[in-house]
Design a protein around this ligand. Structure first.
Ligand SMILES: [Zn+2]
Length: 235
């Protein structure tokens, strides 16, 4: 394949061809070999990386590294799937893989970067549950029941974490909790844990009241509102 690119040795645009060769680089202390691509000037023979080739060569090196050192082991994949009590076929369907894909990964084939990402995400029960809700129509009733009764799936239902909690809070409440956490030098989860630790309905009403006051800066609340306070955005 030939192409025209500026050659710095010739000082002008020349016809170039793509050449490839095995190269070694060190990534995170590990030496790896990958197939690098260069452009060769057909006039002077100089070889150089065109801008796109520079990125592609970096990506190729990183991908070799990831396959060798970051890919999930077959044992880890079997354990992940077992946590959701899913068959290979059902687990693959939920993650959007082909029918035989999980089988091949559990036999040692290396997932491509997209599927590696999906497998890592699926280790989070909340994300797995979201994937399941999208794709559960692709699997049979028996598999659905097995998955819904699994330890992994149950953990997503019973504990939805901070993401689940924030979905229940009005934006104003979230802002207030964040602001108080910042002022106290706490993370949001630690601040919420502090509320839970000292919680009473009275404290909670005060949280609402403060939230409203900070939102409507020029209109302090009456000290004892007769009506329940309505928070903008709350159900
Ligand atoms: Zn040249």
């Amino acid at each position: 394949m030939s192409n025209r690119l500026p050659c710095s040795r010739c000082g002008t645009t020349r016809d170039v061809e793509v050449v490839e060769r095995e190269e070694q680089v060190t990534i995170k202390g590990k030496e790896i070999s990958f197939l690098a691509h260069y452009s060769r000037c057909l006039t002077c023979g100089d070889e150089f990386e065109a801008p796109g080739q520079l990125d592609a060569n970096l990506d190729a090196a990183r991908e070799v590294y990831a396959k060798l050192y970051e890919a999930p082991s077959p044992e880890a994949l079997v354990a992940l799937r077992a946590r959701y009590n899913a068959s290979q076929k059902a687990f693959g369907a939920i993650l959007g893989f082909g029918e035989l894909t999980m089988n091949s990964y559990e036999k040692g084939n290396i997932p491509d970067p997209t599927n590696r990402l999906l497998l890592r995400l699926a280790a989070d029960p909340l994300i797995f549950k979201a994937m399941y809700e999208i794709n559960s129509g692709k699997i049979g009733t028996t598999q659905r029941r097995r998955i819904e009764e699994s330890e992994g799936y149950e953990s997503a239902i019973h504990w939805e974490g901070l993401a689940g909690l924030s979905a229940l809070l009005a934006p104003l409440q979230q802002e207030k909790i964040e602001a108080i956490a910042r002022r106290n030098g706490r993370t949001v989860p630690v601040q919420i844990a502090a509320y839970v630790g000292t919680a009473s309905f009275q404290d909670y009403s005060r949280l609402y009241a403060e939230a409203r006051w900070s939102h409507e800066k020029t209109t302090p609340l009456p000290s004892a509102p007769a009506q329940p306070i309505t928070i903008q955005g709350a159900a």
